[in-house]
Design a binder for this molecule. Sequence first.
Ligand SMILES: Cc1cc2nc3c(=O)[nH]c(=O)nc-3n(C[C@H](O)[C@H](O)[C@H](O)COP(=O)(O)OP(=O)(O)OC[C@H]3O[C@@H](n4cnc5c(N)ncnc54)[C@H](O)[C@@H]3O)c2cc1C
Ligand code: FES
Length: 254
Amino acid sequence: MAVKRFLIKAKLIEKKELGKDYHISWFDAPEIVSNISPGQFVMMESGQYLLRPFSVYETDGQKAGFLYKVIGWGTSFLSKLNIGDQVLIHGPLGKGFTYPEDKNKPILIVAGGIGIATFPIVARIAHEKGYKIKTLFGARSANDLVCAEELKKYGELEAITDDGSSGRKGFVTELLKNELTKNKNQEIMVCGPTPMLKSVIKVCNEFSVVGQVSFEEYMACGYGVCMSCVVMSNGKYIRTCFEGPVMRSDAVSV
Ligand SMILES: Cc1cc2nc3c(=O)[nH]c(=O)nc-3n(C[C@H](O)[C@H](O)[C@H](O)COP(=O)(O)OP(=O)(O)OC[C@H]3O[C@@H](n4cnc5c(N)ncnc54)[C@H](O)[C@@H]3O)c2cc1C
Ligand code: FES
């Protein structure tokens, strides 16, 4: 099947602050909306030479929404755009999540921090397809549990924070171990910072299950040419922007 990706100038049509450092920006981007698969990403203009990767958080009509945390130059640039401003967007890019063939297999979402940004669209479409969904969400503190209410529309959500300010105190891998002890036959979909992903992969290996893991490595080009985003897989390097960002947990060396 031919890969459809676009390089467009998209207009900012809506923006919302979700609390300290978190924002959602909506762009008029019909080409992205009609071609996106849940879990894919785009590269977006950042006010610097290199574009930055962002997951498509949700779509609504012709609008593509991006949920992000302001951490540096590019995300700060994005948060300061005014309605009507246009930015360059390249995408959709990469390989997204795959829904299980067995409609009775529950989907277990495991998110760490801003890794949650990839899941509202994944969960909404899974819900529309009739899957049972549960989300395990680990974050630093209560302030970082953004869009938890949105995920709750599609199924149960269990939160855990590093400081105990909401939910239990601890790491999301503890929740995952509890879930897998109860039922190993779940389709696990994971996104978060690399150290968290590595811990989740270790848990998957420990329980002899294979999950779908979405990597948020540094990316310079986003479409397979620069090798800035590689991870080790079975003794060789693979590109998270091209072979991923979603990969099988048993394909990644930890
Ligand atoms: C496929 C993919 C999807 C992503 N989706 C989202 C999303 O939906 N929402 C979102 O908020 N973020 C997302 N990210 C991460 C996002 O791209 C980075 O937050 C962004 O590149 C930071 O850019 P910046 O210019 O603001 O920060 P910079 O000025 O480039 O960096 C600021 C600081 O953050 C560190 N840093 C930058 N990028 C990363 C990274 N990827 N991992 C670890 N540390 C980093 C730098 O080392 C530096 O210390 C995604 C990343 C990938 C690869
Ligand atoms: S970001 Fe250039 S190869 Fe992946």
